[in-house]
Design a protein around this ligand. Structure first.
Ligand SMILES: Nc1ncnc2c1ncn2[C@@H]1O[C@H](COP(=O)(O)OP(=O)(O)O)[C@@H](O)[C@H]1O
Ligand SMILES: [Mg+2]
Length: 258
């Protein structure tokens, strides 16, 4: 039977990686993480393809963002406990003359690295007979993607609206329950609608009251968030997170069209 260490994201942490007769598609942590035909938890995080290889060890922020890196090193050093204690993170950029929007400083890459490290630790914990993984533990959503999903309920034919509604409520429920959620790029659009503000408040409120860990990324510092997201959301985010600043030039630029 084919060994699976070339696809399994646990390989670097597994002493049986590549071992004939053990490291294969029947290995239970492998099944939980990757499933049959890629249906496992790894795929279910909704992390965009571009960030699929983001882990703490390969974070590119070490030289440009020393304080953020040092914080993340300490945070991931005690990751299971920090997530269980609901210690959320708010990654934001300080725009500067070289980088007026504060984009491409590694916020999303870092948020996904924390998510991936957590997911691997949970699968290991489960496979050692610890806390079982009962639902998708970690989920990534871009705030604008969530808003588009929400809006889709009011567009198109009744049939399309119904399908969009079922999909939106399924995701909303997952976002309210997952042990770790990344809400990426919040507060970047112009002022959100009152209806969507209520939805977001409900999700963030549920996470706050259940002490569930959330990572927010934003190109705005926390004191500016209220302008686009409203006071209710901004103050909750402030209360449930450690704020980590990212700075430096825009690393998205160069070569490829933006
Ligand atoms: N300090 C850095 N050095 C080198 N590459 C970086 C750095 N920060 C980010 N990158 C790269 O730039 C790209 C954009 O990073 P991303 O995390 O999406 O930025 P942000 O979310 O802050 O806009 C990614 O390909 C990432 O690997
Ligand atoms: Mg980003």
């Amino acid at each position: 039977m084919e060994t699976m260490n070339h696809v399994c994201k646990l390989a670097s942490k597994c002493k049986h990686a590549g071992e004939e007769g053990v490291c294969n598609a029947l290995c239970s942590p492998f099944m939980l993480l990757h499933g049959e035909g890629n249906t496992g938890l790894w795929k279910a995080t909704n992390v965009p393809a571009k960030y699929r290889n983001s882990f703490f060890d390969t974070l590119p922020i070490q030289t440009d963002n020393k304080p953020a890196y040092a914080f993340l090193k300490a945070y991931t050093g005690n990751l299971l406990e920090n997530v269980q204690n609901g210690i959320g993170l708010f990654f934001y950029s300080i725009p500067n003359a070289q980088n007026r929007l504060g984009t491409g400083t590694g916020k999303t890459t870092s948020a996904v690295a924390v998510l991936h490290e957590y997911l691997l630790l949970r699968v290991i914990e489960d496979s050692k007979g610890g806390r079982p993984v009962e639902q998708n533990p970690a989920l990534f959503y871009k705030a604008s993607e969530l808003q588009t999903l929400y809006n889709a309920q009011f567009r198109g034919t009744p049939d399309m609206q119904e399908k969009a509604s079922l999909r939106y409520y399924k995701i909303k429920k997952l976002l309210m329950k997952a042990e770790l959620v990344v809400l990426d790029d919040i507060g970047i659009r112009q002022k959100i609608t009152d209806a969507f503000e209520n939805e977001l408040t409900e999700i963030i409120d549920a996470r706050d009251s259940e002490v569930l860990m959330t990572i927010y990324t934003s190109n705005l510092p926390i004191e500016k968030l209220a302008d686009t997201l409203g006071d209710r959301i901004a103050s909750r985010i402030e209360g449930m997170t450690e704020q980590i600043a990212f700075t430096g030039k825009d690393h998205r630029k160069g070569g490829v069209l933006k």
